[in-house]
Design a protein around this ligand. Structure first.
Ligand SMILES: C[S@@+](CC[C@H](N)C(=O)[O-])C[C@H]1O[C@@H](n2cnc3c(N)ncnc32)[C@H](O)[C@@H]1O
Length: 277
């Protein structure tokens, strides 16, 4: 099969209904990823023939995409803050809006020797990025999922980031004071999960399910946060649509005040920075 026929067939087979907005473009992306080449290289050689193993991989990936498997799980990588992170179905695929959390963390003016904790680290994208961007910070990261931690540890090694990963249920077993805590915990109300896109349904439920009101896990974290946050410290939380107001109320009851709230590109309040009162 040559590149042109592979792309035409791929584009015809990829269904728009699972959220593939531009099937021809996605076919190029998949072929480039399956071949380990750039999209420009693929586009410039329409009459070149695919090696057998590339053809098999490409056809298998088109089939899986038709079944809704996210493209990043097929490639096994996703870019975050300009770096490629390994991903598997054990972890949430890092979202572009979570880069906002990094932006806010780096702007907070935290000292050079800070202790930092990322709760619900998943692929480790937040913890690893912070450790690489601020090499003198001591960064810890926790997740309840052992499978996610395996992926996160590999990402730490990949970027030579000295992150201390450990398994745990939120911060119950954590002691000591932290200047910065980051948390992008599951926040989707459980009755909305079934209505999410087929692609999101392939992501781990443990990374998405926030219980009946979406805030079960976040509110459990809030109840314990002041204990491990230094008086001068801050916690940055990523939240879902319409969750900032209830979280502000919950936080106030736990001795935390809102220092900042930040909207995402879609105008939705996405990030909240909390500090001990
Ligand atoms: C929304 S994902 C975020 C992953 C990553 N921080 C990111 O921003 O892409 C939430 C993560 O929290 C973890 N998690 C869920 N409940 C937890 C708990 N009780 N304690 C620790 N981690 C938890 C999940 O395993 C998942 O990896």
């Amino acid at each position: 099969m040559d590149i042109q026929s592979a792309l035409t067939t791929g584009a015809e087979l990829l269904p728009r209904r699972i959220g593939i907005l531009d099937p021809p473009r996605e076919a190029v992306w998949l072929l480039a990823a399956a071949w380990g080449r750039s999209e420009t290289w693929i586009r410039a050689r329409s009459d070149a023939f695919l090696p057998d193993e590339v053809e098999h991989r490409y056809i298998e990936w088109i089939d899986k995409r038709r079944a809704g498997v996210p493209a990043h799980y097929l490639k096994g990588e996703c870019s975050f803050w300009g770096r490629d992170f390994g991903v598997s179905p054990a972890v949430l695929i890092p979202r572009p809006e979570s880069e906002l959390l990094i932006e806010v963390a780096l702007e907070l003016g935290i000292g050079p020797r800070a202790r930092v904790l990322d709760v619900g680290t998943g692929s480790g994208c937040l913890a690893v990025t912070l450790a690489v961007e601020r090499p003198r910070w001591t960064v810890f990261a926790i997740d309840q999922s052992m499978a996610a931690l395996q992926v996160a540890r590999l990402n730490g090694e990949r970027w030579n980031a000295a992150v201390h990963f450990s398994a745990g249920d939120l911060i119950g077993a954590v002691t000591g004071g932290f200047e910065l805590i980051t948390a992008n915990l599951p926040y989707i109300p459980e009755d909305l999960l079934a209505g999410l896109s087929v692609e999101v349904q392939h992501e781990p439920r443990l990374a998405l399910d926030g219980g009946p009101d979406g805030l079960c896990i976040v509110s459990r974290l809030l109840r314990d946060l002041v204990r491990i946050l230094k008086p001068c410290g801050g916690a940055i939380l990523e939240l879902g649509e319409d969750q900032v107001e209830p979280v502000i109320t919950l936080a106030r009851d736990q001795g935390l005040a809102v220092a900042r709230r930040v909207r995402d590109i879609g105008g939705c309040d996405r990030i909240v920075v909390l500090q001990p009162i």
